[in-house]
Design a protein around this ligand. Structure first.
Ligand SMILES: [Zn+2]
Length: 87
């Protein structure tokens, strides 16, 4: 794998559709989205402002987004709630 810093990249990837565009393109040649937004996003991702280190999550894996314990009671249905249409 050859990693290239963003400032050497000569193509702009569209944020909307993911198409690659020439750096001279103002808008995506595929979907017409504004490529300036894509450039900006790429710049920010590649060059975070100094003094603002990325926050690293120290949460142990498995706690966040863990599946609910089996047997957890579902939300009780309101009595007399109208049934959803069959179709
Ligand atoms: Zn696009």
């Amino acid at each position: 794998m050859c990693y290239r810093p963003a400032n050497t990249v000569t193509i702009v990837k569209c944020l909307e559709c993911g198409a690659f565009n020439k750096p001279t393109n103002e808008t995506c040649q595929k979907c017409g989205a504004d490529l300036n937004e894509s450039r900006k996003a790429a710049d920010e991702a590649a060059a975070p402002s100094p003094g603002a280190p990325k926050e690293i999550s120290l949460k142990p894996q498995g706690l966040d987004g863990a599946p609910k314990a089996p047997g957890a009671p579902a939300a009780p249905k309101a009595p007399g709630a109208p049934k959803p249409p069959a179709n």
